[in-house]
Design a protein around this ligand. Structure first.
Ligand code: C2O
Ligand code: CU
Ligand code: CU
Length: 516
């Protein structure tokens, strides 16, 4: 039997389970798989090589995009119909960008993971008016890493990112061939942007969070990879590098391969691990990046799948209240298929050994210890509570009503975010230990303009794949991180630290720090 037959059979199975689910739940997007028996190929974003101080233009725009087999629907994209290009920058170069806002609302463009000064960071203070242009020059100077960019307007980040405004940025030092890493863009070095969405009856993107959605973070029942549903990537039958980015608003993906083959983590958010770390599953929280190597020298097709997100709940029973989501969210779901193609030359057929050197966290250098408690409930008033308990089957209208009540219900250390308040001031060139405490549910904590090492998470030493440099940490309970402050941020233009569940961020679970 050919692979194609196998695939068709699998699609047919999926179609029938989707149909069954629609019957049971009163309408999942049947259009998503449509009548088409062929899976889409994995979309590979255009690669922009930023070289020799040439300006890179990124246009934030309203578009129409085809997500599934149905018609094109309203979306947004960055110089693209959905999501953005991949921009590759060289460490040591200063890259002039031109961000054009062709939306009809204010936005910003934040460089998530770049260690650059705050005035070019693109946080909520660097607003771009509708029709406006922002031209920051980014002095890139940091170890190679997979980073990304997305809007960060005050109170409106979740909706803009959900609509499609996000792209990947690769910081390179040009040494990957020497490291023995796959480095042919789109062939054996592939950007993988993971998201979950809700689609309406006509295939339109739906974003109308109820109070319950705000509490959990907005989750969808349909998974996208680079904007496509269940795509197939034709790859050479060697080692393939996947640059994984979780660009979902709130969902954690619990990744593994359908045949349970091991794979190798080579980098986390802010740089390489000393050597490949063998795993069979990998949890990737919102905004996290991991680079993995997958061995497909056996020539067999394999699916990248995710187990249910068990970290999204606020306790037993809450998942059930998520209504139609509870069924699909309770099963393993397929993200995409890797299909080795014998006609593509495999350039990397061995696992690299050493990628970088990594000193242990420099604890003696620490000058300060601070604690941050992330709380989604604090500040919530009784009206909002009433809205929440009634929202099991909330209509869109009550969703809007809840939204207003929820505006600033979330907090860090009891204080909801305020643009005019600097919460923390640190000293440039120093290190601090930050203790992060999660209340009510797991929160992915992120900092701008700094990267950190995990000292402990849930009272345990970090797993090997989490022991390198990072800028996001999923905190289930309590964690300690050692943060380096090497990028300046005057009090008038502070950096952000926040929960990267975007609904939490927008509703107050964010603070500001200056680095002076
Ligand atoms: Cu992904 Cu404040 O950012
Ligand atoms: Cu960021
Ligand atoms: Cu949160």
């Amino acid at each position: 039997m050919s692979n194609r037959n196998l695939f068709t059979r699998r699609q047919a199975l999926m179609l029938s389970s989707t149909a069954a689910a629609s019957l049971a739940l009163g309408g999942l997007p049947g259009w998503a798989f449509g009548a088409s028996a062929t899976a889409p190929s994995l979309p590979i974003p255009t690669l922009i090589e930023a070289r020799n101080s040439e300006q890179v233009t990124l246009t934030l725009q309203k578009t129409r995009h085809r997500f599934g087999a149905g018609a094109a629907v309203a979306a947004t994209g960055i110089s693209s119909s959905y999501l953005g290009p991949v921009v590759r920058v060289r460490s040591g170069e200063t890259v002039p960008f031109r961000a054009e806002n062709r939306l009809d609302e204010e936005t910003t463009l934040h460089w998530h993971g770049l260690l650059i000064p705050s005035h070019v960071d693109g946080g909520p203070h660097n607003t771009i008016k509708p029709g406006g242009v922002w031209t920051p020059e980014l002095p890139v100077k940091q170890p190679p890493a997979t980073t990304w960019f997305h809007p960060h307007p005050h109170g409106n980040t979740a909706r803009q990112v959900y609509g499609g405004l996000a792209g990947m940025m690769i910081v390179s030092d040009g040494e990957d061939r020497e490291r023995g890493l796959p480095q042919t863009y789109g062939v054996d070095d592939i950007p993988i942007v993971l998201q979950d969405k809700r689609f309406g009856r006509n295939g339109e993107l739906v974003y109308q969070p109820t109070m319950m959605d705000l509490m959990h973070g907005f989750r969808g029942d349909t998974l996208l990879v680079n904007g496509a549903i269940n795509p197939v990537a034709n790859i050479p039958a060697g080692f393939v590098r996947l640059r994984l980015l979780n660009a979902a608003n709130a969902r954690n993906f619990d990744l593994r391969f359908s045949d349970r083959r091991p794979f190798f983590v080579v980098a986390s958010d802010a740089g390489y691990l000393p050597e490949p770390v063998e795993v069979r599953r990998l949890v990737i929280a919102p905004a996290e990046r991991y680079e993995i190597l997958v061995n497909v020298t056996d020539g067999r097709p394999v699916d990248l799948v995710t187990a249910p997100d068990t970290l999204g709940g606020m306790g037993p029973g809450m998942m059930m209240q998520m209504g139609r989501l509870s069924s699909s969210a309770a099963e393993t779901q397929t993200l995409m298929r890797l299909k080795p193609d014998p006609l593509l030359p495999a350039k990397v057929t061995r696992l690299p050994r050493t990628l970088t050197t990594l000193a242990s966290p420099d604890i003696p250098s620490v000058v300060q210890w601070r604690t941050f408690v992330l709380n989604p409930m604090q500040g919530m008033n009784t009206a909002a509570m009433g809205g929440m308990s009634a929202s099991g089957g909330a209509t869109d209208q009550s969703g809007d009503h809840d939204h207003a009540a929820a505006a600033q219900m979330m907090s860090i250390n009891g204080r909801p975010f305020s643009m005019g308040r600097v919460d923390v001031t640190t000293k440039l060139g120093t290190s601090e230990i930050w203790e992060i405490v999660s209340a009510a549910m797991a929160h992915p904590f992120h900092m701008h303009g700094a990267s950190f090492r995990i000292l402990s998470n849930n009272g345990r030493k970090p797993r090997a794949e989490q022991s390198g440099w990072k800028d996001v940490i999923l905190v289930e309970d309590q964690a300690e991180i050692l943060v380096r402050f090497d990028s300046p941020a005057p009090p008038k233009m502070p950096f952000m630290y926040h929960c990267h569940i975007l609904e939490h961020e927008d509703h107050g679970m964010m603070g500001q720090f200056a680095v002076v």
